[in-house]
Design a protein. Sequence first.
Lengths: 139, 785
Amino acid sequence: MNTLIFRSVAPFLTALMIMFSIFVLLRGHNEPGGGFIGGLIAASAFAIYGIAYGVAAVRRALWFHPMSIAGSGLLLAALSGFVSILAGVPFMTGIWIYPRLFGVEIPLATVMSFDIGVYLVVVGAITSIALALEEKERD
Amino acid sequence: MITLLCLFLPFIAAIVAPFATRRLGHQAAWLLAAAPAFAFVYFTGYLPEIAAGEVVTGGFVWVPSLNLSFSWFIDGLSLTFALLITGIGTLIVLYSGGYMKGHPQQGRFFSFILLFMGSMLGVVLSDSFLMLFVYWELTSITSFLLIGFDHERAAARRAALQALVITGGGGLCLLAGLIFLWNISGVTQLSLLVHAGDVVRQSPFYLAALLLVLGGCFTKSAQFPFHAWLPNAMEAPTPVSAYLHSATMVKAGVYLLMRLNPTLGDMPAWEILLPFFGGVTLIAGTFLSLRQTDLKLMLAYTTMASLGLLVMLTGFGSDHAIIAAVLYLVAHSLFKGALFMVAGLIDHEAGTRDVTRLGGLMRAMPITFGAALLAALSMGGLPLFLGFLAKEEIYYALEGGNLRAIVFALIAVIGNALMFAIAFAVALKPFLGPKVDTPKQAHEGPLLLWIGPAVLAVLGLCGGLFSGILHRFVSTPMASAVEGVPTQVSISTIPHIGVPLLLSLVTVALGVLVYLQLSRARALMVRLMDGIGPGPDRAFDGFIAGLVRLSVLVTRFVQPGRLEVYLTATFIFLALTLLVPPILYGELPAVPLFPSDVALHEWGFFAIALIGLVAVLMASNRLTAIVSLGIQGFAVAVIFLLFGAPDLSFTQFMVETLSVVILALAMTRLSLSPSDHRPIAHRLFDGTIALACGLGFALLLLKSTQSVFDDRLTDFFNAYSKIIAHGANVVNVIIVDFRGVDTLGEIAVVMITGLSILALIRIRPGGGATKPADNNPDANGGGRR
């Protein structure tokens, strides 16, 4: 799309949306949000960027093939499930640790890495579909 | 525990084989042969114990809840088979070392042979039904691999597939039969089944179980009309033919019949079906072998005939018949294994195995000739040899005087006479007479090649000479196991005057006659067979071709390749599932009361949703319709938000946005016409389906909100989400923690869907895929149909 306004706004919009998507992902445990919805937001962000600047630009910006992102997300989610096996509890049991960083206690959990995996799968899969469709449109 | 080790030793050797062969070349045979040799020596140690009438069992519980165990059991029958498998196996491994020398895939060949050996050992030592079945199918699979070893030849591939289809299909029959036996008798172990014979015989399901078991045994042991795969299996390298397709695997069917004789035997069906099919196979096999000129094929058809003879004897129903079957089985494994190896040796050294192009090899290959002669003497059933004992016993068994015995005695005499002729045709024709020019200059093979046939042939003589020892340690325990009661085997090689000897003389005289007139008999058989027309082998091809045609038809019907058809079918079915059961069972929801407290802004969003819908229907082009559908979706998302489902609403917003984007992209990509050109009747039809689906969903939702809501789960999640899972957002905690495994499955589905959509997008009508960044100008309008 070649309107000047859209092309100028798109990078900022994309950056903001991706930041927002990560925010939504991380707050999901206590407030509305989570990996799935975060992933959808990020996917729309890439779609907007793609509409403004073309598929090649998005692929350059992503660096990885979107399907690899989805694959690594699935791997991460599965591995998060296996951590609990090492701890001697059933598969997929959430394991929590509370490290202190700069005097602040930060709760971290396999549940979170699992959710990040969900996020990556959704981003990767949807983006790769959208990109493939856009690409064909213009060639 | 050493028994367990012996069960797995061939598999371990199979893993080692490729590496050992890379290191040692064909000399690896000596190392690999140590595995079966060790097992052979170990099993020999059981001989005194088993001869004393004991039974050795062992094993461990595998899946206790299914009453499944990994257990073995050794009695006279399984021990004899185990000794044959490991003993002949040792010789075959050595022989393969010489025969496949220099073959680039020799390591793989060793590996397959040893895999087969392990499977076959498992078949005969298994106690539990399921273990038997698993090993049984493993022998079919390894046989498939070995027959198709020269996979670059179409004939080998066809033969391999044919063997797999026939024996594998038989295996499924067997499984069903074993399940029948399990249900009838209540036991899952062969060792216990012996005691359940009366229960099984009186069961109304006896015949069904019998037929299914016979389906397995007859296919495996190449009984008529399932015999076609066995001669075709001669496409395999000769060590395979010698080992699998004469000495061991094809006897698995006979083994199982013998094993089940105490349980299923002594019934009219058993004593009719087995001798009948066995007798037909015997006659068919011997006559078919007459027409062959290929040494291996001549032997293959006599193997089929011998298997027929064994089945016939097993089912004949007398003590002498069982003893005869036992003796003949051992004798046959020895002489046929030896003769096959001789045939391979001739092929290897002279370059051909066509009997009409061979002659005068005696001087060049004296050891081979000796081995062939000894084996043929045993096969022909001449005195002093084990084959003679077997044949005498056969005639003892069949001298009854009644019509049935006379008919089968006649069949046996004809069969044996023809086998006599073939035996000497294989053992004498290539060696005697004037020297014939062969493709290769023949000379004696290396030690690795002749040691196998020599040992087996000599054993055939020893078995006859020292029949007392053989009977004490092998024949008597084995016959007792087959009979189910102690049975004494006492026949010796000293000829006794009587009917059996007379029949033997007739057999030999007839055999010599056929041998002398072999080429005339062959010409006669060729004419006869051409007159009969296509046999089961062609029928197999027809069957496979028909199967392919049928599946093509079914696929064309189920998957016509038009998305419209799929969608219409899916939605019609959906509407039916939603609407028919509530109407049929009178479970339609009550008419809901209209809520009176709907606020104005809520009305507003309902109105927007409705406007979106109307816009979809009114839209003159597709893009407008898609966007209008998005409006409706957004309105619904707001309604979700208003009624307290922020997560759901959030997701709905994003899904609506993305689906509008993706649908719009797909539309432009498909190069559809901008507007809808369906005729009015078609529109009405599609509209009706859509309305029915919508109505169905509305009714379902109404009904489910009207029933009493079980809120135990809600209470649980609300109460424990924070305490157990440290999260306040119950929805998300359920997704990532309580039901995390579900989510893992779902994201895997998302991933796979993405991959398949990607693949679909890249497929072009002309076939072939292109890279995503392909800017080939010829690729314009890639998706156009």
